[in-house]
Design a protein around this ligand. Sequence first.
Ligand code: GAR
Length: 218
Amino acid sequence: MLKRITVLVSGRGSNLGALVEASRDPRYPAAVTHVVSNKRDAGGLAIARANAIATSVVEHTAHATREAFDAALAAAVDASEPDLVVLAGFMRVLTPAFVARYAGRLLNVHPSLLPAYPGLHTHRRALADGVRLAGCTVHFVTSEVDVGPIVAQAAVPVRDDDDEDSLAARVLAEEHRVLPAAVAWFCAGRIALHGARVRVQDALIPQAALVVPSPAAD
Ligand code: GAR
């Protein structure tokens, strides 16, 4: 039986698109069955509609408190009966009550190598610090923002001529690989939590280090 994924989006929805693409493979163990957005004009909603996926809009502006918004959000998510909830560019801080409700089945994708650069403007901050490696993280959500057991990360080089847009694009391409992979592992029952650490059954762990810049081959 395919696992049911509900995806929460606030914007463009390219990670949602990557999940939908991945799930076209008949071996993929899950399907995106519902998309919820806090923004009526989110691009992610258009992607869902184009793929005949059910949608809900729960606008944070229509709720007086964070708690009221999260209660309405939880009602929409519960109605979609998900096995897994994925935050894919969902730009609202969630209350501890919401996070506890989906504990162990709530994943987030974040555009940095956590625990470096939680929060906003990750690429701008990485460039300002002159780091040589950037990347993305898929992790279980806990009540602290951008903290929680890490399922997978991808690292990319920072090039000397990078700006925020070029670095963001390089990292986003990796988000589109790592998120569908992490979701598939979860839905196939291959992820085990050991305290703060995650083990993934039958996944490859590369031996090689990514060194940036690398010594020339000559
Ligand atoms: C992605 O880069 C995602 O990692 C980031 O928002 C972007 C959404 O793009 N999420 C966060 O910053 C959450 N802390 P998308 O709408 O095209 O998937």
